[in-house]
Design a protein around this ligand. Sequence first.
Ligand code: ASP
Ligand code: MG
Length: 457
Amino acid sequence: MKVLKFGGTSVGTVASLRNVKNIVESQPGPVVVVVSALGGVTDMLIDAARKAASGSNEWRLVYDKILMRHEDVVFGLVAQDAQEKVWESVRQLLHRLRDYYRGIELVEDLSARTLCKVVSFGERISSLVISHIITGARHYDSLNFIKTENWFGRDIADTELTSRLITATFNDLEAGVAIVPGFISTDRDNGDITNLGRGGSDYTAALIAAALGASVLEIWTDVDGFMTADPRIIKSAYVIPHLSFLESMDLCNFGAKVIYPPTIYPVFHKNIPIKILNTFHPDAPGTLITDTHRTQVPQSFRGVSSITDVSLISLKPNVLFPSPALRNRALNVMSKKGVDILLSTHPESDDTVLEFALRREASKYALECLRQDFDGECTLADIPEITETHDVSTVTVVGENLKSDASAMQRVIHTLQRHGIEVFAHAPGSSGFAQTAVIPSDRLHEALALLHANFLE
Ligand code: ASP
Ligand code: MG
């Protein structure tokens, strides 16, 4: 049994959906096919909701575009004798969506929960339509079996419950094709519509692959695979034919946009290989991701990735809080409050200034958590000095062999510094397979080019 996932670009147009149809229909089966919303539709759904919430009826123009995109696909690909019936089902969903927009415009308010309902229409409609395009396919509704729980205001998958529900749902699949909407889910406690986060369709597919013990998880996208660097920035970047789970996890966690980072965990634990394949170039070999021992390659560096819009929080130790204690305390506070930290430096002595890199959007909350925690206990004079630097980016080199390559980080730093690029902080990733440096954002492209030229060409 295979699980295939097709992203927004793959299901975006009549032409690309023809490729999807060919790819799926040539599979021996059984096969579960997870689909995203038509490319760009999720952004449009959000855009229209925001317009409605501001009291403007401009949402109608966006809504009309959404309607037309689906109309093109239904009348371009569904068998002629079924077109009207399928369009009627799509129209019913679109009318529900329109009612939501009217309501939002009327109350001029958009709660997070309402936005979840609105964005769910992208995958609900795409999966319904695609189930009528692929011969012999059956539609399954993820709202019934992908369950989330609330964690510090975020919806995260309840993997245990979801796994049980997936097994029960697909036990009748036999040799057929199941079409499943990605991304969308429901809250396990109150049944509200939720989702797995932007890009979350990959994760839906991984949860299904893991629960059903699939032979492979194929992620069909619009690039030829994992690249050694972002090809929009580095023209000489090339496809990496084979990566380990941990290498791909580090590349994704540190900015590679090929797959949604949580995707790798469920299949990694079941040792199910992932293939990254290109819908527009189906014969290209792509990237195969498997467990470590099959990826023995001599080179240390396998790829480089980056994240822009990073903030660096610096904590200055004092007598009350020497560096090691301060580090533990800060990490503790932030992890208890659900703050994701990209990187934290290790103190060399009691008075080493500590650095924590995190995504810019998380930094305000992280600072609040830290300040509150110290405020609660210390007098003003004893509070460690906390400062924040913006406009920094992370560059990360990844490779399983970096674990045994003691000088790798020095070589990276040396290369950057030799070209006058300041390194504000650096640290290995928790797996030991990645080394990350924090640098000024305006030198990022240059840094990527240097690291690629020196270590990957
Ligand atoms: N449609 C959703 C998004 O655009 C989920 C996905 O495509 O994976 O983020
Ligand atoms: Mg994606």
